[in-house]
Design a protein around this ligand. Structure first.
Ligand SMILES: C[S@@+](CC[C@H](N)C(=O)[O-])C[C@H]1O[C@@H](n2cnc3c(N)ncnc32)[C@H](O)[C@@H]1O
Length: 238
């Protein structure tokens, strides 16, 4: 069951409305430093969603392409404009020539979706193919230990007229979430999300086995963060 083909539809921007352009701008400040971005670089925003990071990277580099599978989110990205080019594609089969990009960035938990690690290997293999030698890859994952120790089993939040209820549980090395959006007691949409929690060593080993060398890893985009809830790996194509 490829849950990600259902989850990133028209309700996603309502449910995840706190993941906005301002947040992306701040994340890109750190990302640009770690990736060493400059005006000569061509960048791929892998699984770009509504394009918030792609737009934020435009002033820093030569070109940005955003790619995503969700036509609903790509429509939002394209209507916002701002300079990036957008392509509908599966990250396991990228429609780009070999060595097209100086950097590839995959922000906000867009990895670990498939039931087996082979799914994720296909993504990293494609990234390695489209990135130039010496180019850098940013992979932004949830911090596995943080998720395990801070899991909120149930939550309910208002989003304008809608109520978003989430239930979360740990199942082996995955975190599963069920999202229910309702209005006036009537269910408007519901879906399930399931993400593999990679331990630091596990993801580093995976990336390094497929033609990258780890440069650095970070537990937040915020240099003065008090909460260390991300695992961001910066690696270099060898
Ligand atoms: C959690 S969202 C993050 C979106 C964006 N990076 C952001 O930070 O706003 C995950 C994104 O991955 C995309 N996605 C999931 N599986 C994909 C696949 N196989 N190929 C391309 N995009 C995929 C979804 O459509 C969604 O836009």
């Amino acid at each position: 069951m490829e849950w990600w083909k259902e989850a990133f539809g028209p309700w996603y921007p309502i449910v995840y409305n706190t993941r906005d352009d301002l947040g992306a701008l701040k994340e890109v400040e750190s990302a640009a430093r770690w990736l060493g971005l400059d005006r000569h670089h061509d960048v791929l925003d892998l699984a770009c969603g509504g394009g918030r990071h792609a737009r934020a990277m435009i002033p820093l580099v030569r070109s940005v392409v955003g790619c995503d599978l969700s036509l609903d989110l790509l429509r939002i990205a394209m209507s916002a404009g701002g300079g990036p080019r957008y392509v509908a594609a599966d990250q396991r089969a990228l429609p780009f020539a070999t060595s097209s990009f100086d950097a590839v960035a995959c922000f906000f938990t867009s990895f670990g979706y498939g039931e087996s690690v082979d799914h994720d290997k296909l993504i990293v293999e494609e990234v390695r193919r489209v990135i130039r030698r010496g180019g850098r890859f940013l992979l932004d994952l949830p911090h596995a230990e943080y998720v395990r120790s801070h899991l909120v089993p149930e939550s309910s939040e208002a989003r304008g007229l809608f109520v978003v209820k989430c239930s979360r549980r740990l199942v082996g090395n995955r975190v599963e979430k069920t999202v229910v959006v309702s209005e006036g007691g009537e269910i408007k949409s519901t879906w399930r999300e399931s993400v593999r929690l990679y331990d630091a060593a596990e993801v580093t080993t995976l990336i390094e086995s497929l033609g990258f060398r780890t440069n650095s890893s970070h537990s937040s985009f915020n240099p003065v963060a008090t909460s260390h809830d991300r695992h961001i790996v910066i690696s270099e194509a060898t």
